[in-house]
Design a protein around this ligand. Structure first.
Ligand code: SF4
Length: 250
């Protein structure tokens, strides 16, 4: 049998494999941890949080200086977009001469402006304080009224003002939400909300009645001195084991 010889097939020159072009990918943003995914607070945990606040500071006080309900109302109206320390600096001298609606009217808008000119928006605030003093005299017998609707009807006074006055002057269980309470309510997950009203209603729902009188002060002080806006001091925070903020640093 004839031997079949195969012609050697010329080998194709090896084509160097093309390197895969690196696909341009967007750098991935670190996945944002969601507070929504956090474990909901149990009533026992909320109780524990406020028990710790109470133990650390049984009688928390607001930092706005005042002498009576009227001066408290004026101080809160002046404190919009201003610090308590800045307001106190101005009102110490003011309240020595005008601690009632009548005395405030007697002082007059121009001289009032002089006392409070270190406070932001002082012109508008002076106008409001004079107008609210006049209204207190004409409609409320010179006294600060005791209902939310009546306080909110006063020039320069909104929901937060009413909540502070009702709580501090009249011992009502209201929850005033300022920038600190808003931040703490959201970060901790105790009462997340897009608006101060959401947070207020959320906190009212979860905070046990026995803590409500002081709850807003504890939360304000916690936000002002511990749960700071830029650099929260989680390492010294009383409630760091319970806080649900995914970015807490402990
Ligand atoms: S652990 Fe940090 S983020 Fe949470 S409440 Fe405390 S300070 Fe605020």
């Amino acid at each position: 049998m004839a031997k079949i010889t195969r012609k050697p097939v010329p080998r194709k020159a090896a084509v160097p494999k093309k390197k895969a072009k690196p696909v341009a990918t967007k750098p991935k943003a670190p996945a944002k941890k969601s507070l929504k995914a956090a474990k909901p607070w149990t009533p026992a945990e909320v109780h524990e949080v406020f028990s710790r606040f109470r133990k650390a500071n049984p009688e928390p006080k607001g930092e706005l200086e005042h002498i009576n309900p009227f001066t408290l109302l004026v101080a809160v109206v002046l404190s919009a977009q201003a610090t308590d320390a800045g307001v106190n600096k101005a009102t110490r001298a003011l309240f020595e001469v005008a601690d009632t609606p009548q005395k405030m009217l007697d002082l007059g808008e121009e001289r009032l402006r002089d006392y409070i000119k270190t406070i932001g928006l002082y012109r508008t605030k002076a106008r409001n304080v004079i107008a609210l003093s006049a209204k207190l005299l004409s409609e409320f017998g010179g006294e600060v009224p005791r209902t939310r609707a009546e306080i909110e009807s006063l020039p320069g006074a909104g929901r937060k003002t009413a909540n502070v006055v009702l709580n501090m002057a009249f011992g009502e269980h209201t929850m005033a939400v300022d920038t600190h309470v808003f931040r703490v309510g959201n970060r901790t997950g105790l009462a997340p909300g897009k608006t101060p009203l959401d947070v207020e209603l959320g906190l009212e729902k979860v905070v046990p009645a026995e803590f409500m009188l002081h709850a807003h002060h504890w939360l304000i002080l916690h936000g002002r001195y511990t749960c700071l806006a830029r650099k929260p001091r989680c390492e010294v925070c009383l409630i760091n084991d319970l806080c649900r903020w995914p970015e807490k640093t402990v």
